[in-house]
Design a protein around this ligand. Structure first.
Ligand code: CO8
Length: 256
């Protein structure tokens, strides 16, 4: 029932594990996700994959049955807590990948949008259908979807609550790719292996600079880039990378 965390070499995999409710996010599941993300952050993992148990759903969103009958204060703190958990995912120092293996609705798509990358199987269907429930997204969807795909399409998806399939999601720019269902985890793992040989702190600098792009003015963003690029330059790994280029060999980064 609770999400599971496994480590495969230097890769962390979190699997939402409530297939009977299409991996819907109850508050106890969100709590556990919070704890698991902290464990991943402290670990030596170089990338995180988040996926769902079963072949039907990544995550069908917040648990609608649990949302009923809550006080206004509970609703506010619930939304803020979900946002905090997803912020933690977004701000991990390592790249994260949502492997969308079926339905990703509401909070499920919001979780995927907090990941650095998204891959989906051809059967995936996704959307932010909250409007149909008389709600709006509360775990970051209005902000992240607009940042990921632009206001025109974010308005279309959020104000109509429509469902799109994997191919449309790829076209919209929600996904980095559509992958074969029969070897989805293998493909997600090889996607993450692209970062394996790179310097971890440098990956973190790049990820942090990109994340700030929508929060600050161009001038401030350029300053952040300049500071982080200088920090990267000051690491031994930058020396090694440039030296390896000159010596026509593969670099051997030490994460320092
Ligand atoms: N919550 C609770 N249970 C769910 C959910 C959900 N989001 N989604 C599916 N389930 C349950 C169903 O109730 C059903 O259980 P049971 O067999 O006991 O009735 C089981 O999962 C299987 O579901 P279906 O029979 O409906 O399966 P189908 O294949 O027919 O349909 C769908 C699949 C299309 C995904 C359909 O289940 C569906 O529309 N689900 C709801 C999707 C949705 O609206 N998600 C958005 C939820 S709201 C949200 O995420 C807001 C987040 C921010 C809130 C902040 C507040 C704190």
């Amino acid at each position: 029932m609770l999400p599971q965390l496994q480590f495969h070499d230097d890769l962390a995999v979190i699997t939402l594990n409530r297939p009977e409710a299409l991996n819907a996010l109850s508050f106890s599941i969100l709590d556990e996700l919070h704890a698991l993300i902290k464990t991943v952050k402290k670990s030596t993992a170089r990338a995180l994959i988040i996926t769902g148990t079963g072949d039907k759903a990544f995550c069908a969103g917040a648990d609608i049955k649990e949302l009923m009958g809550r006080s206004r204060q509970e609703q506010q703190s619930g939304s803020e807590f979900g946002q905090e958990v997803f912020n933690q995912v977004e701000n991990l120092p390592i790249p994260s990948l949502a492997l969308i293996n079926g339905y990703a609705f509401g909070g499920g798509l919001e979780l995927a949008l907090a990941c650095t990358f998204r891959l989906a199987t051809p059967n995936a269907k996704m959307g932010l259908p909250e409007i149909k429930l008389g709600l709006i997204p509360g775990y970051g969807g209005t902000q992240r979807l607009a940042r990921v795909i632009g206001i025109t399409r974010a308005n279309e998806l959020i104000l109509t609550g429509k469902t799109i399939d994997a191919e449309q999601a790829l076209q919209y720019g929600i996904l980095n790719g559509v992958i074969d269902k029969s070897k989805a985890l293998d493909e997600a793992v090889s996607f993450c292996q692209q970062f394996k040989g790179f310097s971890l702190p440098v990956l973190h600098f790049a990820k942090s600079a990109i994340l700030r792009a929508f929060d600050v003015s161009l001038q401030d963003g350029l300053k952040i880039e300049s500071n982080l690029s200088t920090l990267a330059y000051s690491l031994n790994d930058a020396n090694e990378g440039m030296q390896a280029f000159i010596e026509k060999r593969a670099p051997s980064f030490k994460d320092q």
